[in-house]
Write a protein that binds this ligand. Sequence first.
Ligand code: C5P
Length: 226
Amino acid sequence: MLDSKIIIALDYSDKSQVKELCAKLDNKKCKLKIGKQIFTKYGPSIIEEVQSLGFGVFLDLKFHDIPETVYKACIEAFKLGVWMLNVHALGGAKMMESAVKARNEVNVDAKLIAVTLLTSLDRLEISQDFTDNRINVVKSLAAQAYSCKLDGIVCSPADIRNIDNDDTDFLYVTPGIRLETSSDDHHEVFTPKTAIDLGSSYFVIGRPITQAKDPMVVINKILSSI
Ligand code: C5P
């Protein structure tokens, strides 16, 4: 079976909700994203639990610190056997290279990706130079992530064509995916088909799946739409 493009964001506060969702999922059709909330509450045990059910884990902790600290944190994260991990590209080239070094030392097959500019930032919050030139900043951070040998970036499907990287192995992990028009809190949303056409490699999807009565119905709908 082909690698599924669906990564489900486990934005839950309690382990029981994770277990309840996992019991309804086919581990061959999706991977799971463990973020700051649930990891901070339960630590590595939550990763072990979902891995023992056969799910691949994207550990979304967005590391951003001095290179040595990120190197050591990445060593520990990759030792947990995660399929994917991320860091902030704004941590700089040396920090990203340290993360790659850690990945290569622990598990060369694991994926390491970078967050460029958080989509939640708006011009009032940080320097206007950043936000007025958002796409140029994203482009430059994506190019830096690529030259540091990361596997890809997190971005909006709309950014992919501007990034203009002709290496087809470079991954674009895209949030803001919706089958219907509801956007929740995203500025802009894309259907799975549009995201694929724009070059998305993996979708991060939370609420449309986690809040569905039958998550597999939604997953199968997404998979058949692409
Ligand atoms: O599909 P839904 O909107 O519920 O997905 C929310 C998830 O997407 C959260 O886990 C959030 O961290 C992630 N996300 C992201 N990058 C963004 C927006 C959301 O990784 N720019």
